[in-house]
Structure formats: structure tokens, C-alpha cells
Design a protein around this ligand. Structure first.
Ligand code: C2O
Length: 512
């Protein structure tokens, strides 16, 4: 069945022959292991009006469980669901529900086909969580339908649970190419330990302690902390455990969802959306009507072209009939609710006067290049800021946000860099345990660069913006007269990063 990938993507336009003849092999790697879909546009939608999504209250609530806790029966059910999904692609390549066309849905909404067409972008903004929730829903319902079991639920890969910083065994090892959950263009093997550049306690602590929705979930223009890390680095690591190359499935947006583990990874991201919302009353979804009304189209389990809005997915139990059985172990991260010691001491918390943005780097002409070596920008702290920083405690209501704006990367390249404040000597070897570690910026490759071979126009990465709460670091550096930000290109732990073809336009510290 691996052959089907090549039949649709590659043999058709590259003339690669019977690369993978074995009917049940998912692990045969043809000589040219590159497979950008030429055209991943949804099939058969011309002239169709999408039907609005309606909840099905009669359906049982599908309970998603950790991939590390599945019973033998549940593993068998999962495998037969994906076997059926792959078989659908083989038997009826034009059925929109089959494995390959399901993968194309993700391609369409983010990577785009190598013919240059793409749907509205769903990465790098506050569309990230809701779009993927809707996608998981339709994917899961299709699997239910194929195996005739409305209780079927996707497993989640809880890389944030104690003892689970490894690749879930059920998704296959390289010696078992008959496993329908295995993907040939993946380097993480069953049980492999995840690089600390992909998942670590300090990274998860930074992300899960994001204090407001724009920081955690992103905004109309900015990517959120979760999308940046660990979401992106786990993609990169799964495809290439050295975290250097973007010529695999999971590391590239156009092909990521052809790997079944994509859905287990995103189930965990989706679970952590709900977990984060439950950590504090200050953690809320947006009430912006433009956001709530944003809608996308998917084929449902009966091949009905369906439109679903963000407002349809915000109560997943009621509307989607899906929920999570919590892991039976604790997370490796801890939530530290902001306390108010000033209030406890009987003194009103001090709200420093709002200060102007402090720009560390800016370029409207030539973008600033980020290659293989760390880049540090430092500025003298103006007196008004020295005063504002001095008035700050980690628990004060004021917050300082570091913005990295206008990040661009070549379409067939990825970028990943760790950000440090006031640690100008940070390198790729610096531990993320450093109290000056702020977070990780990740931009996944869109394509594997096959478009050039077709000589067609390319759909380009829009610029990406990232933002991080650095209040605690600023509060801890009272009296400092200089402020520095260091961007450190990163690869897998202990691996030298390759030169990134990334640029950015602005580094700025701004009061929220
Ligand atoms: Cu749509 Cu994890 O990427």
C-alpha cells in the first residue's frame, strides 16, 4: 500500500516506476524519497455549497486515551481503522475520506500543493487550535465509519506526561512495515527518547504558564507559544531525530498528516488546549466575533462537504462528542499561578507607568539574517524603563512581552531557534534550564522543494510573528542598564544546527 503514495504523488508526474510493489508495505522507501503533492486541493467541490455542521447529540462521547495506555483490543481497533483508511485510498483514490486525501486536507490548508494553490492559512495564528480540532473531528468520525464503531477515538501522544518523552511504540518500528500506523518517511523509531530540544520541562513550563490567550493560542497576526513549542519541534523530531532536515513527512506541512502519528500528536495539542483553559479563570478563549465566525470546509464521514465554524468547536463534548480520559500519570510541567505578594503584604500592587516599546533590532529594508550561529542584540535600557522594571515583581499586573516579528524562511526549509534574554553568551549547547530561556520559535517547512521540478509558481510562507512573556526575567534583572536578546539556532540535543535560511525584521520588548 505504500505504493499508493507514489501512484498519486510521484509516478504520475515524475515517472518513478513501481517503487513499492509490496501490497502491505508501508516502509519501502523509493530511491527518490520526496513527495510533495502536486495538487492537494479538495476533490469534487466545484459548485458544491457546504452543509453547515450540526452536532449529533445521539452519538456516544468518544473518549481519547493516551497512546501509552491502550489495551490490546484498542491497539487492534486503531490498526484496523488505519488499515481501512489506507485501503480506501488504494481501492477508491478519489474518495475524499481515504488516507492520502485526508493528508491532503492538511496540505491544502497550510503547505499548499506544488502547483501553487492552497486554502486559507491555519498556522502562525489563533486559527491553529480550532482548525486542528475540527480536522481531528472529521478524521476521527471517518475512522469510526470505516470500522462501524461510533466509540472509536484517536489516541493522544502525551509527550508531556511523566515517563512518556518517547515515540509511542504502537505507531510502529522500522522493522514492522506491515503496521498501518507506520510511515516510511519518519525517523523516530518505536520507543526512541525525544530530544530535549523537542520536549523538555523548561519548555513546557514556559508554554503552559502562558498567562493570556494571545500568548498561548496566538492572535490574528502572531503564533502562540504552544504552536511554536513543543508542537513544531515534535513535528521536526519525528521526521528527523537529528532535527536538521526537512525532507520527511512529519517535518513538512504538506505531508505531515500522511503520517498517522500526526493525529496522535495533535490530539495531545488539542487536549492541552482544554487543560490550559482549566488552569486559571484568566485563561479564556477569544470572544472576538471574527474569530468565532471563522469557518472551514471538510468532508464528513459520509462524504458530505461540511462547513464548521470556530464557535462550533469550543464545547467539544457537546458539539463534537469527543473528550479525553486524562493520563494515568502526572505531567512533567507545573502551573504556577501568579500570586500577589504585594497584596498579601497589605500593599496595593504597583502598576508601573506604561513605557514605550524597547526596540532591540528593526529593519524595514534588508531583513536580518539568522544562519547557524547565535545572534545577539543588546540596547541600553532608558531611564523610564529602568524605573518601570524596578517597580515590577513577577506577580505585578504589568507584563512585558518580547516580540520577534517578520520571520521568513524558504518554503522548503525549517527554522527553529531558542530565545534567551540577558544571556548574550547562549549557544546551542546552553541548557533550556537556564532561567533566561524564554521559549522556542519554530517554523515548519511547507514543502519538500519539489515545486521547482515542476517549474511552477510557489505558494510562499507568509512572515511569522512570535511573542513571549518575559516578565519574570525582566523582574529578576532589576537595575540592569542593558537588555539583550539572543536567538540561538537549534537542532537535536547535542547536534550542531545546520545553517538556517531564516530572516526576521524586528525584536522588541513591549508592555502588554
Ligand atoms: Cu497543522 Cu502540527 O500542523
Amino acid at each position: 500500500m505504500a505504493g499508493q503514495k507514489w501512484v498519486h504523488d510521484r509516478r504520475s508526474f515524475l515517472g518513478v516506476g513501481a517503487a513499492a510493489a509490496g501490497a502491505r508495505l508501508f516502509g519501502v522507501r523509493p530511491a527518490m524519497a520526496q513527495d510533495d503533492p502536486a495538487d492537494c486541493a479538495p476533490i469534487g467541490v466545484a459548485g458544491k455549497t457546504p452543509v453547515p455542521f450540526k452536532p449529533s447529540p445521539a452519538l456516544p462521547v468518544r473518549m481519547r486515551k493516551s497512546a501509552f495506555e491502550l489495551s490490546k483490543t484498542e491497539v487492534d481497533r486503531l490498526k484496523s481503522a488505519y488499515a481501512a483508511l489506507r485501503k480506501l485510498t488504494t481501492d477508491q483514490p478519489d474518495d475524499p475520506r481515504g488516507w492520502l486525501r485526508q493528508g491532503y486536507v492538511h496540505c491544502w490548508y497550510c503547505g499548499g500543493g506544488s502547483d501553487g494553490t492552497a486554502g486559507p492559512a491555519i498556522h502562525g495564528s489563533w486559527n491553529f487550535f480550532p482548525w486542528h480540532r475540527a480536522y481531528l473531528h472529521f478524521h476521527e468520525r471517518i475512522l469510526c465509519k470505516l470500522i462501524g464503531d461510533d466509540t472509536f477515538a484517536l489516541p493522544y501522544w502525551d509527550w508531556d506526561s511523566q515517563g512518556r518523552q518517547s515515540f509511542p511504540t504502537v505507531y510502529g518500528d522500522p522493522n514492522d512495515t506491515s503496521n498501518p500506523l507506520f510511515d516510511m518517511l519518519r525517523s523516530a523509531a518505536a520507543g526512541a527518547a525525544i530530544s530535549t530540544q523537542a520536549v523538555s520541562v523548561p519548555m513546557l513550563n514556559r508554554t503552559m504558564n502562558s498567562s493570556v490567550n494571545t500568548l498561548y493560542m496566538g492572535s490574528a497576526s502572531d503564533s502562540g507559544a504552544m504552536e511554536n513549542a513543543p508542537h513544531g519541534p515534535v513535528h521536526i523530531w519525528t521526521g528527523d531525530t537529528a532535527m536538521q532536515a526537512a525532507n520527511n513527512d512529519m517535518g513538512v506541512l504538506a505531508t505531515a498528516a500522511q503520517d498517522p502519528v500526526f493525529f496522535a500528536h495533535h490530539s495531545n495539542i488539542d487536549r492541552l488546549w482544554s487543560v490550559w483553559l482549566g488552569l486559571s479563570p484568566k485563561h479564556t478563549n477569544f470572544n472576538d466575533s471574527g474569530w468565532l465566525q471563522t469557518a472551514w470546509q471538510f468532508y464528513d464521514e459520509n462524504s458530505v462537504w461540511t462547513q464548521i465554524a470556530i464557535s462550533d468547536v469550543l464545547d467539544p463534548v457537546q458539539s463534537l462528542r469527543s473528550d479525553y480520559t486524562p493520563p494515568n500519570v502526572k505531567p512533567i510541567w507545573t502551573f504556577k499561578a501568579r500570586t500577589a505578594p504585594a497584596f498579601v503584604a497589605g500593599v496595593a500592587p504597583v502598576q508601573p507607568a506604561k513605557v514605550a516599546p524597547l526596540t532591540l533590532a528593526t529593519s524595514t529594508t534588508t531583513p536580518i539574517a539568522l544562519g547557524r550561529v547565535p545572534l545577539t542584540r543588546s540596547v541600553a535600557v532608558p531611564p523610564a524603563h529602568v524605573k518601570a522594571f524596578a517597580a515590577l515583581t513577577a506577580s505585578a499586573p504589568a507584563q512585558f512581552i518580547l516580540h520577534v516579528r517578520g520571520i521568513t524562511v524558504a518554503d522548503d526549509q525549517q527554522a527553529m531557534f531558542n530565545v534567551f534574554v540577558n544571556q548574550p553568551n547562549a549557544t546551542a549547547a546552553t541548557s533550556l534550564d537556564s532561567p533566561n530561556f524564554v521559549g522556542t520559535v519554530t517554523v515548519l517547512a511547507k514543502t519538500k522543494g519539489m515545486a521547482g521540478m515542476k517549474g511552477m509558481a510557489h505558494h510562499h510562507h507568509p512572515a511569522v510573528n512570535a511573542e513571549f512573556d518575559v516578565t519574570d526575567i525582566i523582574a529578576g534583572a532589576k537595575g540592569a542598564t542593558r537588555l539583550s536578546v539572543t536567538l540561538v539556532p537549534a537542532a537535536g540535543a547535542g547536534v550542531a544546527p545546520k545553517a538556517m535560511k531564516a530572516t526576521f525584521r524586528q525584536l522588541s520588548l513591549e508592555q502588554l
